[in-house]
Design a protein around this ligand. Sequence first.
Ligand SMILES: Cc1cc2nc3c(=O)[nH]c(=O)nc-3n(C[C@H](O)[C@H](O)[C@H](O)COP(=O)(O)OP(=O)(O)OC[C@H]3O[C@@H](n4cnc5c(N)ncnc54)[C@H](O)[C@@H]3O)c2cc1C
Length: 516
Amino acid sequence: MAANKTRVIVVGGGVTGVGIIRDLALRKIDAILIEQGDLGHGASSRFHGLLHSGARYALNDPAAAKECLEENLILKKIAASCIENTGGLYLQHELDDDSYLEDWQKGCLEAGILTKEISAKEVLKNEPFLSKKIKRAFLVPDATIDGSRLVWGNVDHAIKYEAKVFTYSKLDKIIIENNQVVGAEIVNTLTGERTYWECTIIINAAGSWADQVASLAGLELDLVKNKGTLLVFNQRFTSRVLNRLRRPSDGDIIVPHNTVTILGTTSVNIDNPDRAEPTSEEVDTLLSAGQELIPNIHSLRILRAYAGVRPLLFDMQHGEEQDGRNISRDFIMIDHGVRDSLAGLISLVGGKLTTYRLMAEKTVDYVANLLGERKPCLTKDVPLIEQEGAFHSGRKFSTYLEKYGEKGALLEQYLKDSPEKEAILCECENVSYAEVELVASWDSTNNLDDLRRKTRIGMGTCQGLYCSFRSLGTAWENLKKKKEKPLVQLITFLENRYKGQKSVLWESQLRENELT
Ligand SMILES: Cc1cc2nc3c(=O)[nH]c(=O)nc-3n(C[C@H](O)[C@H](O)[C@H](O)COP(=O)(O)OP(=O)(O)OC[C@H]3O[C@@H](n4cnc5c(N)ncnc54)[C@H](O)[C@@H]3O)c2cc1C
């Protein structure tokens, strides 16, 4: 069989994998990344959107709290286009325990997290939806982060430094000779076509599927797959990230994100990450918990619910008693050469999106050492968008650069030639005809759902009811060149949107939606 050659194959196009491929590319280590679907289709787009300040971990995990704070500051510098510096509030409700507050304050102080108390009266002035039962409030340097932009920002930057990235490409077989990984068989999930790559190292960054990847080499990973459900409301009813000041529990974080607000999350262990769907019971649990902070939450319009899966490593010492919240969110790197005598396979489990860059740095330091490379990590200082003046001290330079990174320049050029295409196609998310046409023409856009993740069509109030049809018509010429027929793309798009809506609709709304 004719095989391509590379030194490292990174499996998984979530934030962990893309952080690693960018780090490898900046160190000039030859590598490819493969992702079985579109980039960021796992937990990296199904999370809360919170760039942690570390305050959430200040009490139980001081090391993680410090790491979050350091990475929060680094990402605000190198990934400014993906972050909205909203700030965060920790809120103590009348029902919450004073002793927790004291310990939390001590933890923040030790981790170096600056907190500033403001009066409940002042908080209510800026956050009118909040409960009057808030006793005390503290400002922290939390922010919000766009997972999709972050993933694409890392990948575009890695490609600029000569990495290769293949979406809809699944690792199907690990080729082993004399207890050493020597290659991989990859299947295109749209066409079924198979390719072969020789390599020295495979990095398993497959998130909740990491055990399936390890099993391709006949190895076991004891993963706990912990599902978290989140609700999306059709408006921003808070200006800052709100955290409940109590031991972490269901429904205690509210995040303003782009045009919407996200409330989450729950914690339930499941078997299959491909079947992680929100349930009506979880929606009720979240609304009951959220009501304590936002009393009229039941009268606010919910757009949809979605669920993400946290891969956590089963801790044998605690056995069966473990539920997701008790297991550390720490990141663990397993060198199967050391653990299982299979050289060349490294598995990564756990972690947080906030600390993805640091996880990548530690992993690539280790892998570079195995490969005999000595180049230092550069990801801390080199921004995702290098175009001069793009982001000066976090100031926005151009909307398209902010949204699409350096590819935004292509849109600006496109609009110079066809200025009429700046007209808005998707009113909910302010997406222009030019964006839909141009993004649909990119090779990395394989269908309407890929177009949604990049442009945000279908993410707002109409949930695709209007913009999906308009997008199909506008981008027809480009969409019909893709592997799936355009009408199949439309059906899949609408079915996927409906999946998120059915657990939040009832009675006449549900009947109406079933009919449309
Ligand atoms: C409900 C929830 C809320 C969260 N909220 C936050 C938050 O607010 N802030 C924060 O910092 N962190 C948060 N996290 C954690 C954060 O989302 C994750 O740590 C992070 O997204 C994990 O990224 P990943 O790349 O490891 O995994 P994923 O994003 O799941 O990526 C793994 C990828 O591997 C691919 N893959 C699997 N098998 C194969 C194969 N055989 N071949 C090719 N590709 C394959 C999958 O398709 C997938 O895209 C949250 C997590 C959850 C579940």
